[in-house]
Design a protein around this ligand. Structure first.
Ligand code: FMN
Length: 275
């Protein structure tokens, strides 16, 4: 096989790294997550994921849930969906990429759940989240393109998620910013129409500091876990999700106002399914 740039990358990111990593050299760990909120930033505190309907996890609530299990002993893993919710089996069985959305907006409660489920903090520190991350480094950040949303201080705009505070901060306001991202995603109709589009970006040095060139691989693997979490939470919340990798990196980067040291990795459109 011809040794193209991809094969070069695979060889160059072999493990263990040939040279000592910056962590091994004693250089300071880069800051993560990126919680830089300036004093004038417009922010929106999301409802706590624990306070939303999505957090109901009394495993054998109601009449036994959608799996029909009346007896906890018959379902020791607790996969039976409580309170009429889908079981994990059912969520996995029915997950599909959904590209046709209605105009209905996604509620604050629902967006809170989708953000928390995809990459929110679930442990005693921000190292421990709903998605795993190599070395608990979490190089991936989440930005959102949101349009026509009545409950946010700005109805159209680009927002950045702060997992520590579980809040959004405004990056750019207006429909032009949202439309610019649609263009950057090759005018894919589901991106243009989606009420919310997730964009996952990364500061590679966070992973490279710990793992050398190998760290670049971790970024993509981490983003894949995050996106799958979003897909599964989407089925749970009856929200359609479609992963997106067809975009022009530099155009997305400009629209998201990313700093030089941050790259665009992955995206996903979300919305209520068009019936
Ligand atoms: C890494 C990745 C990139 C993708 N990029 C796009 C995309 O840019 N546009 C799109 O419409 N679907 C995209 N998809 C969705 C796939 O087309 C979809 O997963 C595939 O057709 C299988 O369908 P399913 O997800 O319903 O099982 C992507 C999926 C993955 C995993």
């Amino acid at each position: 096989m011809q040794r193209d740039i991809g094969m070069e990358f695979m060889a160059a990111s072999n493990y263990p790294p040939e040279t000592r990593t910056d962590e091994q050299k004693g250089l300071p760990r880069p800051e993560s997550p990126d919680n830089s909120t300036g004093p004038d930033k417009i922010t929106f505190k999301l409802p706590s994921p624990e306070d939303t309907v999505y957090s109901s996890h009394s495993v054998y609530g109601g009449s036994g849930g959608s799996c029909g299990c009346e007896d906890p002993a018959a379902d020791p893993e607790g996969f039976g969906g409580p309170n009429g919710r889908r079981s994990l089996f059912e969520i996995l069985r029915t997950r599909r990429s959904i590209r046709r959305y209605s105009a209905e907006e996604i509620s604050a409660e629902c967006l809170s759940y989708l953000l928390w489920a995809s990459c929110g903090i679930s442990g005693e520190s921000d190292e421990f989240r709903t998605a795993p991350s190599a070395g608990a480094i979490h190089p991936v950040e989440t930005s959102l393109s949101i349009q026509n949303c009545s409950w946010l201080p700005k109805k159209d705009g680009i927002w950045r998620y702060n997992p520590t505070e579980h809040e959004l901060s405004l990056v750019a306001e207006g429909i032009d910013a949202v439309a610019g991202l649609g263009r950057a995603c090759m005018m894919q109709p589901q991106v243009l129409r989606a009420p919310v589009v997730f964009f996952w970006t990364a500061k590679p040095y966070r992973a490279v500091w710990k793992y050398g060139t190998r760290g670049y691989r971790d970024i993509f693997l981490d983003a894949g876990h995050i996106c799958q979490n979003l897909y599964l939470a989407g089925v749970d919340a009856d929200i359609g999700v479609c992963a997106i990798n067809a975009f022009a990196d530099e155009a997305v980067k400009a629209q998201l106002r990313l700093p030089e040291d941050e790259v665009v990795v992955y995206a996903a459109s979300c919305g209520h399914k068009r019936r």
